[in-house]
Design a protein around this ligand. Structure first.
Ligand code: PLP
Length: 376
């Protein structure tokens, strides 16, 4: 193909790219225009009208002073996030415990910039959130794929052995885990934390992107007295604000000092801060949607089992189901019926996000038809 600059056949690999990025592809869930999109764990509910108006007000206010850089330390926002965590996490935290960035992916990137990097390594227990490995790669951090059991729970003894063997600088524990939906208990986190401190010591990051959907309490209280433990959160899922790009962490204040060494100055725009503050004013309404989604998630689990699928126990707003001889073909057959689910590359399994009751009905109809087809 000829580019605008007339250089034929020039591609990515001809650039003086870092070696570890050669031949790699970017993160990408397909963004296909189909009627029912249940593939990226988004919240299906649009923001309620009163919140939309409140965002407009707060953004208008912020717009007047866009000639100035935003509050570099996002103090008001961190104060409100701390209040939310204190109220819902059964553990008191203050703004000095909280840090915010453009999505929890940026929070995780800042953590790896500060605690990972060239010559250092991070471990995750896979299958898990693919971005952990990608952010590791992007920050020059070596990646270690740790084990999970056949049923996708974490085998504590095996995980401790992997930590002792590799002595990673950063340990990721995703709870509830994506794409499996599996949550871990406090005992597991404590056992892995202990192993990680004995081996290095290293930073343990508990990614709680889906915790509001869980049957279990948040692991937030575990940060008490454990300065190397970080809990990361996001407004992308429970708050129904994936488009906002707002993630945050809670940890010892020293961790907050550490990420400030690597964050870009003024990384969080005044518009983002204003929008997030407006959303936090409507927390109760938004958590009401979460209750509906939890009920729909439980319904998906029950109905998928009734149809004859295997389902992994889920504490998130999605469900992993199978098994398929060829999950990609199954994914395509569901898509042919207008329903987009996710093929995460876990052999035999697919993942569906809990949508509105109507969307979930459409999905269930599609997988019922698929089951009949496969039995015929
Ligand atoms: C969706 C998701 C996130 C959220 O990323 P944002 O950048 O906040 O949108 C983080 N961790 C996991 C495990 C996720 O699935």
């Amino acid at each position: 193909m000829e580019g605008a600059d007339g250089m034929t056949g020039f591609g990515l690999d001809d650039l003086p790219l870092r070696d570890e990025l050669r031949g790699k592809s970017p993160y990408g869930a397909p963004q296909l225009d189909v009627p029912v999109q249940l593939n990226t764990n988004e919240n299906p509910y649009e923001l309620p009208e009163p919140l939309v108006r409140r965002i407009a007000e707060r953004v208008a206010e912020a717009a007047r002073t866009l000639n100035r850089y935003p509050d570099r330390d996002a103090v008001e926002l961190r104060t409100e996030l701390a209040a939310y965590l204190t109220r819902t996490g059964k553990h008191p935290v203050g703004k000095e415990n909280v840090w915010a960035a453009n999505g929890s992916n940026e929070v995780l990137q800042q953590l790896l910039q500060a605690f990972g990097g060239p010559g250092r390594t991070a471990i995750g227990f896979e299958p898990s959130y693919s971005m952990h490995a990608l952010i590791a790669r992007g920050t020059g951090t070596g990646w270690i794929s740790g084990p999970r059991r056949e049923d996708f729970t974490i085998d504590v003894a095996a995980a401790r052995r992997a930590i002792a063997e590799h002595a990673p600088d950063v340990v990721f524990i995703t709870s509830p885990n994506n794409p499996t939906g599996t949550a871990v208990d406090a005992g597991t986190v404590l056992a892995l934390y202990e192993a990680a401190q004995a081996a290095k010591p290293s930073l343990v990051v508990v990614d709680e992107a889906y915790v509001e959907f869980s049957h279990r309490d948040s692991l937030l209280p575990l940060i008490e007295g454990r300065p190397n433990l970080v809990v990361s959160r996001t407004m992308s899922k429970a708050f129904g604000a994936a488009g906002l790009r707002l993630g945050y962490l809670a940890a010892h204040p020293a961790v907050v000092d550490a990420v400030q060494l690597v964050r870009l100055p003024y990384h969080l725009s005044a518009v983002t801060q204003a929008t997030a503050l407006a959303a936090l004013e409507h927390t109760d309404t938004l958590l009401g949607y979460v209750e509906q989604l939890k009920a729909e998630r439980d319904r998906l689990v029950a109905e998928l089992r009734a149809i004859g699928y295997e389902v992994t126990e889920s504490d998130a707003n999605f469900v992993q189901f199978g098994r398929f001889e060829d999950s990609h073909t199954a994914w395509q057959r569901i898509l042919d019926q207008g329903v987009l689910v996710r093929d995460n590359g876990v052999p035999g399994w697919l993942r569906v996000t809990a949508g509105t009751p109507q969307e979930n009905d459409a999905f269930l109809e599609a997988v019922r038809a698929l089951k009949k087809e496969q039995q015929a």
